[in-house]
Design a protein around this ligand. Structure first.
Ligand code: DGY
Length: 327
């Protein structure tokens, strides 16, 4: 008898076909997000689940799903998974690093440009029929070229953002927990700056760091107060890295110039005050959403799932201690 696997959100036909070679699949192709209670109910009898970043996996869920052996997220971020709880319940957890790096880096640059040059605000004005013809002082933005760009989080994606930005001939500052080697700093043409200094000096601040207890409200009122009044803030990391209430206050007060946001606290119910602001560019968590990349993410999660339930050693295991417990 084939092992049973739940796919909690809609995935591509190819992904389902691949999974079906190995497992008895139940898939939520209607893509209605499950409540925690519904997820627990649907996981009964399942040995693994392909999940998305909208599914919370914690002790309360896992206690109700004793047969579960693996949760394989089709996301690189894994703040929705309590890894300690997974290990405690002997559940392998996996993510999809690598396959979305380029697309997220592309999108970070796209969002930075759109925000600096007021693209969505301009388009909205045009669509409302309010454009009276071009004139000198209309919809003035700021330049990305030759700007000082501060990247907070220079991991895999942050490094590719730095490479993408090179064509704009910026000065790039970065801050991370651990400093890069001098060779890599030279290659990427980036200079380390402590967080507060980076915020004071940057024209554009790009956030691409993981969301953890340490990075909760990494940008709040204090940090916004350090930034230049002309600065632009870009968040392609996670909601929660920015204190949205503090950001809204800062944008309303003109404390910073503008923000480009792909992620929000309490997604998908973003703070309605954001929708009323002109100086924001908003997108619905789509930084990785190119067709080939989302397909690759789904297949990576599926391969992790197959490995988890066959060899017991999936390539993108986030909690290797679970294997040691089993040994
Ligand atoms: C990721 O992979 O973490 C993206 O943000 C999609 O959730």
């Amino acid at each position: 008898m084939k092992k049973k696997v739940l796919v909690t959100r809609a995935v591509f036909d190819e992904t389902l076909a691949y999974l079906a070679q190995h497992f008895d699949i139940t898939s939520n192709q209607a893509d209605q997000k499950y409540s925690p209670a519904e997820l627990a109910a649907r996981l009964q009898g399942m040995e693994a689940a392909l999940i998305s970043s909208t599914d919370r996996v914690d002790d309360s869920l896992l206690s109700r799903c004793p047969g579960l052996k693996a949760v394989c997220s089709f996301s690189v971020g894994y703040n929705h998974i309590d890894l300690a709880a997974c290990s405690g319940h002997g559940v392998m957890a996996t993510n999809t690093p690598g396959v979305l790096t380029d697309s997220v880096a592309d999108f970070a640059v796209c969002l930075a440009l759109a925000t600096c040059r007021r693209l969505t605000e301009s388009e909205a004005m045009l669509r409302r029929g309010e454009w009276k013809g071009t004139h000198l002082k209309e919809l003035l933005g700021v330049d990305l070229h030759h700007a000082t760009v501060g990247i907070c989080g220079l991991g895999r994606i942050g490094q590719v953002i730095a490479r993408r930005l090179r064509g704009f001939e910026p000065r790039i500052l970065y801050c991370t927990r651990g400093r890069l080697t001098p060779d890599l700093e030279r290659e990427l043409e980036v200079a380390f700056a402590p967080k507060d200094e980076l915020l004071r000096r940057s024209d554009i601040v790009i956030l691409i760091l993981p969301y953890t207890h340490e990075t909760h409200h990494y940008i709040g009122a204090r940090e916004l107060g350090l930034m230049k009044r002309s600065a632009v803030l870009i968040n392609v990391a996670r909601g929660g890295v920015v204190d949205d209430v503090a950001l809204i206050e800062a944008l309303n007060a003109g404390r910073i110039r503008a923000a480009g946001l792909d992620v929000y606290e309490n997604e998908p119910n973003l703070n309605p005050a954001l929708l009323g602001l002109k100086n924001v560019v908003l997108s619905p968590h789509i930084a990785s959403a190119s067709e080939p990349t989302r397909q690759a993410m789904a297949m990576t999660a599926a391969r992790n799932c197959v490995a988890a339930l066959t060899t017991g050693d999936p390539p993108n295991l986030l909690n290797p201690e679970v294997l040691r417990q089993k040994a």
